[in-house]
Design a protein around this ligand. Structure first.
Ligand code: C5P
Length: 216
């Protein structure tokens, strides 16, 4: 039990990983970090300053200056913010700039839940519990569409499906792509599951990992 009990919840956009991460945090009374929010914040803050998403040095400066106190801004939860996030996330220096904040969170003595793309592979490769949550693109698009409608965004299902496909290609299209399950991650396909079923399945995976971690 030398390592803190970190639960890494990775997966593509709208796979259900955020909801699962929050429910695991509640169940185990552990803090939760939504790492996508960091990339969303960098994208939105860069755009507000008129910085081009491909101006790597300037976007990296925004990432270096990012602090946790600004993360509550609802503008980071929009569809546009998700697009901006995936545009800035392709730059390695931006990813490096955000790494320390995430790793400091992972080092908390009481453990942590972190959701994202590269938590189990890059941020916390020693995490005792790793899940890779996925679902068919159409299912993910349907979930994201409902969520955005509740937030009041006027957008069609087809537009969201198109976003999801483009985002998958952008997030997973390079050799150093972060969108890859860790070799020791447990895959959880939530396509046919309600969120309750998915959370129960995630808890069973975490319970097994916790038992192994307690014995170590
Ligand atoms: O998960 P969420 O939709 O908030 O993530 C927005 C975008 O941020 C992703 O499409 C991805 O490009 C990027 N991201 C990343 N690495 C993470 C989390 C998010 O590259 N750990």
């Amino acid at each position: 039990m030398s390592e803190p009990f970190v639960i890494a919840v990775d997966g593509p956009a709208a796979s259900g990983k955020g909801t699962i991460a929050h429910r695991l945090g509640e169940a185990y009374d552990m803090p939760v970090l939504d790492s996508g929010l960091l990339y969303r914040a960098v994208g939105v803050l860069a755009a507000r300053k008129g910085i081009d998403f491909d101006a790597v040095a300037e976007v990296t400066a925004v990432a270096r200056a990012l602090t946790a106190d600004v993360l509550g801004d609802p503008a980071f939860r929009t569809r546009e913010a998700g697009e901006a996030a995936s545009r800035v996330a392709i730059h390695t220096p931006v990813r490096l700039a955000l790494r320390e904040m995430q790793q400091a969170f992972a080092r908390r003595p009481g453990g942590a839940v972190i959701d994202g793309r590269d938590i189990g592979t890059v941020i916390a490769p020693e995490a005792p519990a790793k899940l890779y949550v996925t679902a068919a693109p159409e299912v993910r698009a349907g979930r994201r569409w409902k969520q955005l409608k509740v937030q009041g965004e006027a957008v069609t299902f087809e537009e969201i499906l198109d976003d999801i496909r483009k985002r998958d290609a952008r997030d997973g299209g390079r050799a150093d792509s972060p969108m890859r399950p860790a070799d020791d991650a447990v895959l959880l396909d939530t396509s046919e599951m309600t969120i309750e079923q998915a959370t129960d399945a995630a808890r069973r995976i975490v319970e097994a990992a916790r038992a192994r971690w307690e014995r170590s």
